[in-house]
Write a protein that binds this ligand. Structure first.
Ligand SMILES: Cc1cc2nc3c(=O)[nH]c(=O)nc-3n(C[C@H](O)[C@H](O)[C@H](O)COP(=O)(O)OP(=O)(O)OC[C@H]3O[C@@H](n4cnc5c(N)ncnc54)[C@H](O)[C@@H]3O)c2cc1C
Length: 508
């Protein structure tokens, strides 16, 4: 029964490992520890993927940007982890994304040479990580005609061709976190949302049900703080310098015919780009900014107008026509949990850190979605050593997530393509679950919940029965991402309410 639970019920008084936070890092730690045979309780104050993990660019990157900064170890680690996700642990949730750098007149010869060297170095990273060429094809220079076939919106005047390279793209970041969390449950972890941790020490913490305010204590032999940008609120020795990254959301019609990511160089920088990333639901996410932020960490960061203006300005420099503010149908921002190291946030190393506090809490922070597995391995290794726990070796490198299968197996799964894309081999079980819980027929469960919105009632119901969703927000902002376009979200609310009503009685 790979079900995520809600609230304090079912959490024991005593465990081997308590994990604080169910972003990608905490979910990864829960999976790593449980798969080594440890007893694990993993909780989140809000919901799975409530924090930074749902505000990413949804890329599984090879780490080229770090290579450009001379951070070879970070780049290599990213490339290795990308290969593991694409070939072993989550091939159902990650696919190869073609990325196009148009060689427009604004890309000078020098910048072109740097970009070309970058794509070739990216291929060497792939090779060094032993990722197959079938998984990520070879980068190449293409003609202007070929570039315009892939991206007809690119500025035509003076177009000299384009550089085409490949990286990994997630179906959705929150879906990866949910898959990792449910795989942890399958390995025996207890994963509970709506449980806030306070007063953590190396031997336990206070747990509060965020809905009822009920509290209790838990004893743990190791406590891992994976609360991202909030890590310093639980362990005061941790000092973070969060940096904001903003994306805007465009509809497919705004960039008609585009079949790849389009990258536009940021003026004055040799290795920063604004990219428009095509999404499986028919939108584009355009990102990314990198701005240091001070003060209180908000639950949900806001995307400021100046970030939106910057992104549109840079993207427009590579396009045949200008995209206006009125074309922006959504915007989101996330805070990178970067360790304070005294330099600017754009230069801070994206390498993760594992730190042990005076009271013995193990904090794991920094890094990125792509490297969650290695981060979790390092954190659990440290926790096991500090607490002198008896545990098996790390197994996650070869442990597929729930629903994982290779392309041939996935192609043979008897279920609608949308469900296979999001649930892999579990897709038929998602549908069967929804039929048995609601008594509705398949056609109704698989119909788009509103005109032009491909979300189905089947996946909403499964979100409630297996993924711990209990509110409209859980369903529309994390189990599905229709919430990224507020106008679409409004249209999907009745379906979310209906799913809660239908599945609520089944939950008792
Ligand atoms: C704009 C942006 C784009 C990015 N794009 C990419 C990308 O494309 N690819 C990539 O690999 N990486 C990317 N990253 C990096 C990546 O998203 C983050 O490094 C990663 O998501 C951090 O995950 P986390 O689990 O550490 O933190 P979070 O996801 O923030 O999780 C922390 C969790 O802790 C919970 N919590 C906090 N306090 C408590 C408490 N007291 N008790 C219980 N729970 C608590 C929160 O509710 C939250 O759910 C991006 C980052 C940003 C900001």
């Amino acid at each position: 029964m790979t079900r995520i639970q809600v609230g304090l019920d079912g959490i024991p008084d005593d465990t081997d490992v308590l994990v604080i936070g169910l972003g990608i890092t905490g979910a990864g730690v829960a999976l790593d520890a449980a798969s080594r045979g440890l007893r694990v309780v993993a909780v989140d104050a809000h919901d799975v993927a409530f924090g930074t993990s749902r505000w990413s660019s949804k890329l599984v990157h090879g780490g080229l940007r770090y290579l450009a900064k001379g951070q070879f170890d970070v780049a290599h680690e990213s490339a290795v982890e990308r290969g593991i996700l694409m070939e072993t642990t989550a091939p159902h949730l990650v696919r190869a994304l073609p990325m196009l750098i148009p060689l427009t007149p604004s890309m000078g010869r020098g910048q072109t040479a740097v970009a070309r060297g970058g794509t070739q170095a990216g291929d060497l990273l792939r090779l060094a990580a032993r990722t197959r060429r079938q998984t990520l094809p070879r980068p190449r220079r293409i003609s202007a005609t070929e570039a315009l076939t892939l991206a007809p919106v690119v500025r035509r005047e003076g177009l000299r061709g384009a550089l085409l390279s490949w990286d990994g793209q997630l179906e959705d970041d929150a879906r990866l976190v949910l898959a990792v969390a449910r795989t942890a449950v399958a390995q025996g972890a207890l994963v509970h949302t709506r449980v806030r941790v306070t007063e953590p020490t190396g031997s336990g913490a206070v747990l509060t049900d965020s809905r009822t305010g009920a509290t209790r204590t838990i004893r743990a032999r190791a406590v891992v703080n994976a609360s991202g940008v909030w890590a310093g609120q639980l362990v005061p020795e941790i000092r973070l310098r969060p940096s904001r990254g903003t994306h805007v959301v465009l509809r497919r019609e705004t960039l008609p015919g585009v079949r790849c990511a389009v990258m536009a160089p940021v003026p004055g920088s040799s290795n920063r780009f604004v990219f428009a990333l095509p999404q499986p639901d028919g939108t584009f996410y355009v990102g990314l900014t990198d701005e240091e932020v001070d003060g209180e960490v908000p639950d949900v960061p806001e995307a400021p107008e100046e970030d939106i203006e910057f992104l549109l300005g840079v993207l427009n420099s590579a396009l045949q026509y200008d995209i206006g503010r009125e074309d922006v149908v959504g915007a989101y921002a996330g805070l990178r949990p970067l360790l304070d190291a005294g330099s600017t946030t754009a230069d801070l190393s994206r390498k993760h850190a594992v730190l042990v506090s005076g009271t013995g809490v193990v904090t794991v922070v920094g890094g990125k979605l792509t490297t969650y597995r290695q981060m979790a391995q390092d954190a659990v290794d440290r926790g096991v050593a500090e607490a002198r726990l008896t545990a098996g070796p790390c197994r996650t490198r070869r442990l597929p997530l729930v629903g994982a299968a290779d392309a041939t197996e996935l192609a043979a799964v008897d279920a609608p393509p949308r469900l296979v894309r999001r649930f892999g081999t579990e897709a038929p079980a998602v549908l069967a679950d929804a039929v048995s819980v609601t008594g509705l027929d398949e056609a109704e469960l698989l119909a788009p919940v509103a005109d032009g919105i491909p979300v189905t009632l089947a996946e909403l119901v499964f979100g409630i029965t297996h993924e711990g969703a209990r509110t409209v927000e859980d369903l529309l902002d994390r189990r599905t991402r229709v919430g990224l376009v507020p106008a679409d979200r409004e249209l999907a609310v009745p379906a979310a309410e209906r799913a809660l009503e239908l599945a609520g009685s089944a939950l008792g």
